[in-house]
Design a protein around this ligand. Structure first.
Ligand code: SF4
Ligand code: SF4
Ligand code: SF4
Ligand code: FES
Length: 960
């Protein structure tokens, strides 16, 4: 597409049952009641001049440029704030209106720098456009009077500048920050002529303000006041390609706006159904890693990990790799080989990696990072509902009356969805937060949780069982729903179990540390929307929705917690319609997709067990091979088997397991024991320290394909530039497959999707052509759901009847004691992403230069610690050092850190304990001790030296 900005209808879309007919400039138009005259005019093909209005903001009515005449109405009302009425006759262009608008525009222009020719917004500026639209030819007031032209610019934000000299005080930025982002970082300070936009308190600049750099204000600004630095540096874009963000599971779509071969900016796409035109700092601005100098674009090999890397041609690298793999297979058998698919890569790429392992290597030893994040979601929701995925679309939250957030920190990890959620909360929905830490949602501008249950880490199941106890014993069960939709015997067994006195909030309070009265009130609110039994009669008007994250899954009882959540939703009838449901907030951009594509060792695509002969036969016929009917090894088992000597080679696409997986020493030992570790990635990551082959990867900007977000929404990723390494990742996997003699002939990822659709019932109706035409599809897309499935389990559960599962609380084996008296829990922050491989190579690092340890003031005082001090963090598994931050965000006895920086390697201390059903590691509970330290530990210094040695490269020319 060309670069034209997306059309702006001036005021938000209205949905109303009643339609209203009117006439605008002689054109008949029918619109929903409540629509503004401005929007009706736009819908009829007109364009009323405007400055303060935008269709993602509530009408404000301040600029007075959009005046119209309405027959029978006195004066000249503002069209943005005037709703349509039946039979209304509107005139948008009359001599009187033209005169008024020119007068308004003259005032604006008389206090605006006349540097259009050198302004970065020249020909891309609404003020300029509107001046032309009203026919302004002269400014009668001159430019000498009092003005704002000498205001200093603020360039503190690494991504955008604020030049108040160009500001017209339209307030669009302030309203975007309030209404769209929900951060309330901006104000219009002063009054009248002195009014000006301010980021926080007087004297604050953008960087030191509450601003989270989402970019909504920049997008809203009709002038060059708020402007991306890249546009200033590179120039106005000339074309745009719509693609999907490669960071988190929200799946925001963007227009990648290009000039020549350079990416100028990423602008959120208003038609994106996941993000509805919004973005966060990562997707909007943190794409510079794609061009970072650390990027490896030439394949490299070495015989031993103690050797320096040798740059070689693709042919040599592939021949070397295939030779090693074949030799290992010949000597040790197919089950000595395996692979890890990437949740950062496309569905098509992931599908090919698992196909390579199953059909090429000949084993089912394939796994994915979901093993360490949401594998319990797959197990728990499949067991209870029949499908291992969330039940709702994101739009659903706008119909929720009660929102329960457990073990998730949406404002940091899923920021665009968090903004939607906060909007709903500002509209009056009630919030329950269950988290050991006081996450931002607990109290932020205009949002306050009704209940924050600050539980002891590791007691999720106990808290949820106690909530179930209240719901059952106080008569709050939706009996009609349970009778009609669920297995009644299983429900009765569960109800008897949770009703036992030992599961009451009072009995469990010593375990959970949640005051029983709070827990009871939260359970009543979730079940009824009010305070208990008397509110039950309000059903079905009350919608309660649960959103959860890794604070649920990354526990020894992760699968039990997911099932306990599903039990609560079924017991209260909160499944199968908008506004309710069970919603895992998936971490990585394509973690849903990588699971869907058959990345687990026991499942082919579409979650069909490898032992099922009919399913295997389908794949065998299509692929022309025999498949091993035995499930393969999971990641931790591959590492164990490597140490035992039976697992010898691994192909890892787009994962850094050394940094992301628990018990770092064990991961290192497993990798070091292998004969052939193939890392396919953008950068020499930590895992590559143990690799023999490095195959350069491509970024999401350099390839075509699809990602599937947390709503099961499949969206196209479109290539906007050529791969710096020469090949998209699917091409590299295909080349490796062909070096092994597989003879693959895909010429475009759309052909891979055709194969996925052919072999996977829930993707039966998916194709690139359809996605291109329709924007996105939510699986299942099949004969029963030809247009996809925004909400699941509407009339019946996928498994037929919903299944209640008894979830007994079993304390983790990880115990505190005199040596390790504190509990460590880990998480993410907004500006960095996962292991930080991408975000650390962007200006996002200004907000988070290192991982720090949050510790409660009481625990800090006992240890003589203050913010900024180095501390030693030690567990039974290992130790690391980092700086302390003293804060009451964490409860006494709990400490918290992130794992974004390899220098810290927080996973050195995490344990081998894992979820009983899926092996998902227990990242969220580690018994630790914190003591003062002088700086990095010996382990960190040794590791830094090892890393430096492992990264030596002999360039291709030198090798010749
Ligand atoms: S970038 Fe986002 S958070 Fe920052 S001021 Fe603008 S709208 Fe607010
Ligand atoms: S900074 Fe831009 S959006 Fe904000 S008030 Fe000024 S002109 Fe309007
Ligand atoms: S919310 Fe997630 S998908 Fe959206 S822009 Fe941010 S990182 Fe990308
Ligand atoms: S656009 Fe209507 S008053 Fe500004």
């Amino acid at each position: 597409m060309g670069y034209e900005r997306q059309r702006d209808f001036g005021t938000p879309e209205v949905s109303a049952p009643t339609q209203v007919a009117l006439t605008v400039d002689g054109r008949a138009v029918t619109v929903p009641a409540g629509t503004s005259v401005m929007r009706a005019a736009a819908m009829s093909g007109g364009a009323i001049p405007k400055l303060c209005a935008s269709d993602n903001l509530a009408a404000f009515g301040s600029c007075r440029l959009c005046l119209v005449e309405v027959e029978g109405m006195r004066g000249t009302p503002a069209s943005c704030t005037t709703p349509v009425a039946e039979g209304m006759v509107v005139h948008t262009q009359t001599p009187r209106l033209q005169k008024l608008r020119r007068g308004v525009m003259e005032l604006y222009i008389s206090d605006h720098p006349l540097d259009c020719l050198t302004c970065s917004a020249n020909n891309d500026c609404e003020l300029q456009d509107q001046a032309a639209a009203v026919g302004l030819r002269d400014v009668r007031y001159g430019y000498e009077g009092a003005n704002h032209l000498a205001q200093p610019a603020d360039a503190s934000n690494p991504y955008f500048d604020f030049d108040p000299a160009k500001c017209i005080a339209c307030s669009r930025c302030v309203r975007a920050c309030d209404e769209v982002q929900g951060t309330f970082a901006l104000t219009i300070a002063g009054r009248g002529f002195a009014s000006m936009v301010s980021a926080g308190q007087a004297g604050d600049d953008f960087l030191s303000s509450e601003c989270v750099s989402c970019g909504a204000c920049v997008q809203a600004c009709p002038t060059a006041t708020l402007r991306e630095k890249t546009v200033k540096q590179i120039g106005k874009p000339e074309r745009a390609v719509v693609t999907t963000c490669a960071y988190c599971g929200v799946g925001c779509t963007f227009r990648a706006e290009m000039r020549g071969e350079q990416l100028v900016r990423m602008v959120p796409w208003k038609d994106g159904k996941a993000n509805r035109g919004h973005s966060c700092v990562k997707g909007r601005f943190a794409w510079g890693y794609a061009h970072h100098q650390d990027r490896i674009t030439t394949p490299m090999i070495r015989d031993a990990i103690t050797d320096p890397w040798r740059e070689v041609s693709w042919d040599e690298a592939l021949a070397f790799t295939a030779g090693k793999l074949k030799a290992i297979r010949d000597r040790y058998g197919a089950r000595a080989l395996g692979g890890i698919t990437s949740s950062r890569c496309t569905n098509e790429e992931t599908f090919l990696v698992q196909k390579l392992v199953r059909a090429g290597f000949g084993s089912n030893n394939v796994d994915t990072c979901a093993r360490v994040c949401h594998s319990p979601t797959g197990y728990g929701l499949k067991t209870t509902f029949g499908t291992p995925a969330g039940t709702q679309d994101f739009d659903s939250v706008m119909q929720a009356d009660v929102i329960l957030v457990i073990g998730a920190n949406p404002t940091d990890a899923h920021p665009v969805f968090a903004s939607r959620m906060k909007r709903r909360l500002r509209q009056g929905a009630k919030l329950i937060v269950i988290d050991p830490r006081r996450i931002d949602l607990v109290r932020s501008p205009h949002v306050e949780a009704a209940h924050h249950l600050a539980l002891q880490p590791g007691t999720n199941v106990a808290v949820l069982t106690a909530m179930a106890h209240v719901i059952v014993t106080e008569g709050l069960v939706d009996e009609a729903f349970v009778r009609e939709r669920c297995e009644v015997d299983a429900f009765e067994e569960w109800a008897r179990f949770v009703a036992e006195e030992r599961h009451s909030p009072e009995a469990l309070e010593p375990v959970t540390r949640v005051p029983a009265a709070d827990l009871r009130a939260a359970a009543r609110l979730y079940a009824t929307g009010g305070e208990g039994r008397s509110d039950v009669s309000r059903r079905p008007k009350v919608n309660a929705a649960i959103y959860y994250g890794l604070g649920v899954t990354e526990h020894s009882q992760g699968s039990s917690t997911v099932m306990a959540i599903a039990n609560l939703a079924m017991a209260t009838g909160n499944i199968g319609r908008p506004g309710v449901g069970v919603n895992p907030l998936r971490g990585q951009n394509n973690v849903q997709g990588s699971c869907d594509m058959g990345s687990f060792p026991h499942e082919l695509s579409g979650y069909r067990h490898i032992s099922d002969a009919a399913t295997r036969a389908l794949f065998e016929a299509d692929w022309g091979v025999s498949l091993d009917p035995e499930p393969g090894l999971r990641i931790p088992n591959m590492l164990d088997a490597a140490i035992d000597g039976s697992f010898r080679a691994i192909y890892i696409q787009g994962e850094d397991i050394l940094q992301s997986d628990p018990d770092t020493r064990h991961v290192a030992a497993g990798l070091a024991a292998m004969d052939c570790v193939i890392v396919h990635d953008l950068f020499l990551n930590e895992t590559a320290n143990y690799a023999h082959v490095f195959l350069p990867g491509s970024t999401f900007l350099e390839k075509d394909g699809t990602f599937t977000n947390a709503e099961r929404r499949i969206q196209l990723v479109r290539k906007v530039m050529e791969p710096a390494n020469g090949f998209a990742d699917w091409q590299v996997t295909q080349a490796l497959a062909n070096a092994l003699g597989l003879g693959w002939t895909y010429t475009h990822p759309s052909e891979i999707m055709d194969e996925i659709a052919r072999l996977t019932p829930s993707f039966a109706g998916v194709s690139h052509a359809r996605l291109d035409a329709e924007g996105s599809l939510q699986w299942p897309v099949d004969a029963a759901h030809p247009d996809g499935s925004p909400v699941m389990h509407v009339d019946h559960f996928v498994r037929g009847k919903g299944r209640f599962v008894v979830t007994d609380y079993v304390p983790t084996d990880e115990k505190t004691g005199p040596r390790f008296p504190l509990l460590l829990t880990t998480g993410r922050i907004l500006s960095q992403y996962n292991v930080g491989a991408q975000t650390r190579r962007t200006a996002n690092s200004v907000w988070h230069v290192e991982d720090v340890l949050e510790i409660h003031p009481a625990d800090a005082e006992n240890r003589g610690l203050k913010t900024g001090d180095w501390v030693r963090l030690a567990s039974r598994k290992g130790e690391t050092t980092l700086r302390a931050e003293v804060t009451d965000r964490v409860a006494p006895g709990v400490v918290y850190t992130t794992f974004h920086h390899p220098e810290t390697q927080a996973n050195v201390v995490t344990t081998e304990f894992s979820d009983w059903a899926t092996n998902c590691p227990e990242y969220k509970v580690t018994a630790v001790q914190v003591t003062p330290s002088n700086g990095p530990s010996d382990w960190q210094e040794d590791y830094a030296a090892l890393s430096a040695r492992a990264r030596r490269v002999v360039p291709a020319e030198a090798a010749e």
